[in-house]
Ligand binder design. Structure first.
Ligand code: C5P
Length: 227
């Protein structure tokens, strides 16, 4: 039987790494919903609906939502799924600080969430999917057979994100990243629509002091129990 696996949690807890590994092992589809919110944010920046002052022009963005076409495309070099926004590969650009500092503000908008949740439900309609985000177990797939809620200390998360961006060759500042992680967590958990919170039936998973292999073994075994 194919099941639906929802992995939610705070920023940079390593959700996507585990979700990808799990999807590969189970031969499931992996969907990174954060990439979708990031792509909408990039679009909002490009049309001038949000700038560094972080003031969102809600009517402008809402009037353009139908012009946003998102899809994932497998990258032959990395083997990962890249985000394609209106035909353009934006995988690299959506991970920049310019996007990270605005994505939580764009993600507060009900119209943005409605559009993306509808697409996520379509993508996961046939089960056999591992989806990571903030509201997968609470809103997108409340009936998911396995829900994981990942947490880790803010400094462990900022260190991971810092290393990830450094490895990619970005010019980054640790304090700026820590601040961004904390700000996003605050906005994500306090927003009106679909705030980040643990679903009642989710398995809490703190990985501050846990290696990748260990995490994977435990979560894979939880999945096995439900298949
Ligand atoms: O997962 P990632 O850190 O890339 O997500 C970026 C941002 O997108 C989050 O901080 C959050 O504001 C938003 N998001 C969301 N709901 C999701 C996934 C991401 O609001 N399901």
């Amino acid at each position: 039987m194919k099941i639906t696996i929802a992995i939610d949690g705070f920023s940079s807890t390593g959700k996507s790494t585990i979700a990808k590994m799990l999807a590969e092992k189970l031969e499931y589809v992996y969907i990174d919903t954060g990439a979708m919110y990031r792509a909408v944010t990039l679009f909002a920046i490009r049309i001038g609906a949000i700038d560094d002052s972080k003031q969102l022009d809600t009517p402008l963005l809402e009037s353009q939502l139908d012009a946003i076409n998102l899809r994932f495309e497998r990258n032959g070099d990395t083997g990962k799924a890249d985000m394609i926004l209106n035909g353009e590969n934006v995988e690299r650009e959506i991970r920049t600080m310019a996007v990270s500092t605005k994505v939580s503000i764009v993600s507060e908008l009900a119209a943005v969430r409605e559009k993306l949740v509808a697409e996520q439900r379509r993508m996961g309609a046939d089960k056999g999917v591992v989806m990571d985000g903030r509201d997968i177990g609470t809103v997108v797939f409340p009936d998911a057979e396995l829900k994981i809620f990942m947490t880790a200390s803010a400094s462990a998360r900022a260190h991971r994100r810092y290393k990830e961006l450094l490895d990619r060759g970005d010019d980054v500042n640790y304090d700026e990243i820590l601040k961004n992680v904390q700000e996003r967590d605050y906005i994500d958990s306090h927003r009106e629509h679909s705030p980040l919170k643990q679903a009642e039936d989710a398995v809490p998973f703190d990985n501050s002091h846990m290696g990748l292999e260990d995490q994977f073994e435990r979560i894979y075994s939880l999945a096995q129990d439900r298949i």
